[in-house]
Each structure stands twice: as C-alpha cells, then as structure tokens.
Design a protein around this ligand. Structure first.
Ligand code: NAP
Length: 291
C-alpha cells in the first residue's frame, strides 16, 4: 500500500512555482497576484483562506484578502467582484464558499470573469473542462488528478466510483476521470444520496473517490482488495485533547480501509494540501494566458 502524500507533493509543487516566480522576477515578468474574498467569520473558511494567503507569500506571489461582513448585501458583494474583475493587477481571485444564506451563490460564481476564475467554478470554464479544452479546473479535482499523475497511478480502463456529486468535487471528478486523458479513461459511476446498493457498487471499484462529508462513511468491507482510495472528506469533530479543540476526519475509515488498498490518501495530509497547490498553479496559468 502506497500513501498518496499530498503534503509532500504540494510542497514540491509550491517549490516548483517558487522557482518559476523567481525566474519571472529576474526576467521582469509580472508576479502572479491572487485575491480572495471572505464573507463572514466561519472558522473553517477563515483557516482555508488564511492558508491560501500564507502559501502565496511563501512562493512569492502577491496576494490580497478582502474581508466582508456576513451581513453584506448580495449587490455589494457583486460590486466587489466587479472591482476585482476590472483590476488589471489581479490575475485571479476566489470567493470563499459557502456564502451566507441571503446571497445567491450561483449568481456570485457567474459574476467572476472566466479569465480570472481560478477556482474554475464559472459555467464557461466548467463546460470547457467537460469538453477536455484548456481551462481552469476546480482546485480540488485538479489536485487529485495531479496526485494520480505524479504517483503514476494506473487509471486507464479502470472502474472508477465517485461518491458525491457536488459542483466543486464529485461532479467535476467524475467528468475528469472519464475523459480520454492520462489520468483518465476510466469507466465512471457517479453516486449520490439516492443511489441504491452503494456498498455493492463500491465493492466493484478499482478507484474509489469519496466526497460526501460524512466522517468514516466508507469502511473496509466496502472496498475491493487492491483498490485506489481517494478521501476528499474533511470534517471537524470536537477533540479536547487537541489545542484547537477539534480533529479532522475523512469520509473513509482509514484503519479498516488502508490495508486493502494499493494507494490511499490520508486525512489530513492528502487531498487538502493539493487543493491549495492547484489554486496557485491556476493563478500562474491566469498570468501566462495574458502573455
Ligand atoms: P456537498 O456539497 O455537501 O455534497 C455532498 C454529496 O454527497 C452530495 O452529492 C450528496 O448527495 C452526497 N451524499 C450525501 N450523503 C450521501 C450518502 N449517504 N450516500 C451517497 N452520497 C451521499 O459536499 P462537498 O462540498 O462535495 O464536500 C464533501 C466533503 O469534502 C466534505 O467533507 C468537505 O469538507 C470536503 N472537501 C474537501 C476539500 C479539500 O480540499 N480536501 C475541498 C472541498 C470539500 P445529493 O446530491 O443527493 O444530496
């Protein structure tokens, strides 16, 4: 069993990016600039955005964090997005999700200019991804593809089961794994909360990608011997022994599943760090597209 080490791989990608930025500086080329909008004070969202900003600094990107009150109107948020769309120094930006209930997330996603949509959530970019055209691929699926690529995990002709059909993880993951590409060329089944016989379906998976947000949902008896298991789930569960007061659990019951697998991502240190590395890669792509 090989652990797909997202922490180490993302550190490697960040180092590659740092070197490239240094090279760009030497040549007088533009330094990538990523901006993030954070609405409200959700603990997990604050942690994610802070680590995105910190990673930018570490590799020499410019970064801007715009914090808005949770009571901000939808109109005001859309105006802020327009400002970032028009700001020529900012190459790409993200609006950290989820947003407060009074704001229409889809409207927000569609307001971000596709050329600055480094999260890859805009329908235009999503459509391009589905067609296998050059675009920004959403950070989490892109990070998973990068892990599979760098560890040379065989995917061609394999049966791939994805649990969860969210627009940010499960759905794009199912599309990417079915494309005629490497990694890719899988026979894909996309499952969700209405799927019947999920356990039996999972037992047939050569590659199982789990993104439903239910801690330790997938257990050993659901996994075929030798399968590749990608655990996207991150749930904070209270833990008094930790300084933070919580620990992170994946959607996979690691202890019963890992011994059966050929490759597996741990939580934490698997998919999570890859997501940030992908966002940074997309931001560099945004700058290069304009050159
Ligand atoms: P989401 O939007 O809540 O979607 C969950 C999906 O799981 C839905 O499609 C839902 O089906 C399906 N589902 C729920 N219960 C199910 C069940 N019992 N059996 C089968 N399918 C079921 O979640 P998400 O945003 O994709 O996130 C999923 C997990 O990944 C969360 O733990 C999240 O924190 C984590 N995540 C991690 C990263 C990272 O960087 N590592 C990034 C994003 C998300 P329906 O469509 O039928 O409701």
């Amino acid at each position: 069993m090989t652990i797909l080490d997202g922490k180490q791989t993302s550190a490697q990608i960040k180092e590659e990016l740092r070197v490239e930025v240094e090279e760009r500086k030497r040549k007088g080329l533009k330094v990538p600039h990523l901006a993030a909008i954070l609405v409200g004070e959700d603990g997990a969202s604050m942690t994610y955005v802070n680590s995105k900003v910190k990673s930018c600094k570490a590799i020499g990107y410019d970064s801007t964090l715009i914090r808005l009150d949770s009571a901000i109107s939808e109109e005001k948020l859309l105006e802020t997005i327009d400002e970032l769309n028009d700001n020529t120094d900012i190459d790409g930006f993200i609006v950290q999700l989820p947003l407060p209930k009074h704001i229409d997330e889809q409207k927000v996603i569609e307001r971000v200019h596709p050329e600055k949509d480094v999260d890859g959530f805009h329908p235009e970019n999503f459509g391009r991804m589905a067609l296998g055209l050059p675009t920004f691929i959403p950070a989490t699926p892109n990070g998973i593809m990068e892990l599979l690529r760098r560890y040379e995990v065989p995917t061609e002709g394999k049966s791939c089961i994805v649990i969860g059909r969210s627009h940010i993880v499960g759905l794009p993951m199912s599309i990417l794994m079915g494309l005629n590409d490497v990694p890719g060329n899988c026979t894909v089944t996309l499952t969700h909360s209405r799927t019947k016989n999920l356990k039996e379906i999972c037992q047939n998976a050569d590659i199982l990608i789990v993104a439903l947000g239910k801690p330790e949902f997938v257990t050993g008896e659901m996994v075929k011997e030798g399968a590749v298991v990608i655990d996207v789930g991150i749930t904070r569960v209270p833990d008094e022994t930790k300084k933070s007061g919580f620990r992170l659990l994946g959607d996979v019951h690691y202890d019963s599943v890992a011994p059966r697998t050929s490759f597996i991502t741990p939580v934490p240190g698997g998919v999570g760090p890859m997501t940030i590395a992908s966002l940074l890669q997309n931001t560099l792509k945004a700058v290069k597209r304009k050159e």
